[in-house]
Ligand binder design. Structure first.
Ligand SMILES: *Cc1c(COP(=O)(O)O)cnc(C)c1O
Length: 392
C-alpha cells in the first residue's frame, strides 16, 4: 500500500486523536527509518523514547521470536522465567527493593499513586491521600494521571476527575511548602519534565524536596517513564540527582518497542501492596519481558557512558550550528530539548522531516530529540548536518 491508501483507510476507520505526521513509516535499521515511498530518515524520536535499541536489532528480534514460539502469554497467577530474571536485573540496577510489572506509563503511575495512598492509609488511617505534583508535568492519559498532570488544559472535558492532587511550581521549595498539609501522602515528579518541554529540575531543589518528604513521611514518587532505563546516560535519572525515591516508575524505553511499564519500591514500601491489592492481566507479559531482558543486558556501564557522551556531542553540535531559530539547548544523555524562536516548533519539525530528520516537539516551543540509544556517530552527524541545512 502507498501512503495515500494507508491514510485513506486510517481516516475512514480510526479515531483521529493524533496530530499525525504526513508519512507512513515502513521499516528501519539502527537509527535510520524508511517511509512507504522508500525515503530515508534519521530518527531522533525512538517512537517517543521507546525504541532504545533502534530498529531491527537482531538480538532483540530473536529474543521476541524465541519467546513467542515458546510461551507468548500466561497469566500472572503463574511464575515465568523472563519476568523473574528481568526483576532481578532491574531492581539491583536501580538500588530498589522490589518491582511491579504492567504495560504502560500511565498504568505504572496509577499503581504508584495507589501505593502511596495505601502506605499512608495503613500507617495513618483515612484523610491523608493528597499528592502534590509539579506544574508543567505530564503523568499520563487516564482520568487519574490526567489530574496528576500539572497542566490546566489536561483538566477539561472528562469530569469528574480523581480528587486529591495539588500542584506546586517546579524548582521552588516554598511553593511545595505552600501546598503542604496534614492530608498529604506523597510528592510526585519527573526529574526532567519531558512532554512539558524537556526541562531538567535543579538538583538542589530535588534534594531539598526529597529531604522534606523524608521529614514529613511523604512518599517521594519519581516518574521516570521517559527518563528511565538509560535515556539520560545512567540507568535512572535519579541516580544523577543524588536522591533515593520511595517509588519510581518506568515504561517507554524498557522493552525496546514492546508495551511494558511498571514501578519499583524501596524496602519501606515493600509490604504495602499484597495479594489482591493490585494486578494487571498483560503486565510483565513473557514476550515483552524477554525483550526487556535484552535491553537490560545491553545497558552496561560502558554503554551508558556512551549514551552520555553521544548526548553531549549532539548538544554541542546543535550549538555550533549557531541557528537564529535556537533559543536554548538543554538535556541529559540522549534526551535533548531545543528551544525554538522565530518560528514554531511544529513548523521546524515539519521542515526537518521534509529534509530527512524525524524529531518530536514538547511544551509550547521545544524541539524534543530522543534518538535510539544505539545511534551511531555517523547517524548523529547526518542528523546534525540536516539540522544545519534547515536551521543554519
Ligand atoms: C509518556 C509518559 C507517561 C505516559 O506513558 P503512557 O505509556 O503513554 O501511558 C507518563 N509519564 C511520563 C513522564 C511520560 O513521559
Amino acid at each position: 500500500m502507498d501512503f495515500s491508501e494507508i491514510k485513506a483507510l486510517d481516516e475512514k476507520y480510526v479515531l483521529q486523536t493524533y496530530g499525525r505526521n504526513q508519512l507512513a513509516i515502513d521499516h528501519g535499521k539502527g537509527a535510520t527509518l524508511w517511509d512507504t515511498q522508500g525515503k530515508e530518515y534519521i530518527d531522533f524520536t525512538s517512537g517517543i523514547g521507546v525504541c532504545s535499541l533502534g530498529y531491527a536489532d537482531g538480538e532483540w528480534a530473536n529474543a521476541v521470536y524465541g519467546q513467542a514460539m515458546k510461551l507468548g502469554h500466561i497469566s500472572n497467577l503463574f511464575y515465568t522465567e523472563p519476568y523473574a530474571k528481568l526483576a532481578a536485573k532491574l531492581v539491583p540496577a536501580a538500588g530498589m527493593a522490589a518491582a511491579f510489572f504492567g504495560n504502560s506509563g500511565a498504568e505504572a503511575n496509577e499503581g504508584m499513586i495507589k501505593l502511596a495512598r495505601k502506605y499512608s492509609y495503613d500507617k495513618y488511617g483515612p484523610g491523608r491521600a493528597a499528592i502534590i505534583t509539579l506544574k508543567n508535568s505530564f503523568h499520563g492519559r487516564t482520568i487519574t494521571t490526567l489530574k496528576a498532570t500539572g497542566q490546566d488544559h489536561f483538566h477539561d472535558f472528562f469530569f469528574p476527575f480523581t480528587e486529591g492532587f495539588r500542584y506546586a511550581e517546579a524548582n521552588r521549595l516554598e511553593s511545595l511548602l505552600e501546598q503542604a498539609g496534614d492530608d498529604v501522602c506523597g510528592v510526585m515528579m519527573e526529574l526532567i519534565q519531558g512532554e512539558g518541554g524537556v526541562n531538567p529540575l535543579d538538583a538542589d531543589y530535588v534534594r531539598e524536596a526529597a529531604k522534606l518528604c523524608e521529614e514529613r513521611d511523604w512518599l517521594l514518587l519519581i516518574d521516570e517513564v521517559q527518563t528511565g532505563v538509560g535515556r539520560t546516560g545512567s540507568m535512572f535519572a535519579f541516580q544523577q540527582f543524588g536522591i533515593k525515591p520511595d517509588v519510581v516508575t518506568f515504561a517507554k524505553g524498557i522493552a525496546g518497542g514492546l508495551p511494558f511499564g511498571g514501578f519499583m519500591v524501596n524496602e519501606k514500601c515493600r509490604g504495602v501492596l499484597r495479594a489482591g491489592d493490585h494486578g494487571s492481566t498483560f503486565g510483565g507479559n513473557p514476550v515483552s519481558a524477554a525483550a526487556a531482558n535484552v535491553v537490560m543486558d545491553r545497558l552496561t556501564p560502558a554503554f551508558l557512558a556512551q549514551v552520555a557522551e553521544k548526548g553531549k556531542y549532539l548538544r554541542e553540535g546543535i550549538g555550533k550550528i549557531n541557528s537564529p531559530y535556537v533559543s536554548g539547548i538543554r538535556g541529559m544523555g540522549l534526551m535533548t530539548g531545543v528551544g525554538v524562536q522565530g518560528t514554531t516548533h511544529k513548523e521546524l519539525k515539519d521542515k526537518l522531516m521534509d529534509a530527512g530528520l524525524l524529531c518530536l516537539t514538547a511544551g509550547k516551543d521545544t524541539l524534543r530529540l530522543l534518538p535510539p540509544l544505539v545511534i551511531t556517530k555517523e547517524e548523529l552527524d547526518k542528523g546534525l548536518s540536516i539540522m544545519a541545512g534547515v536551521m543554519g
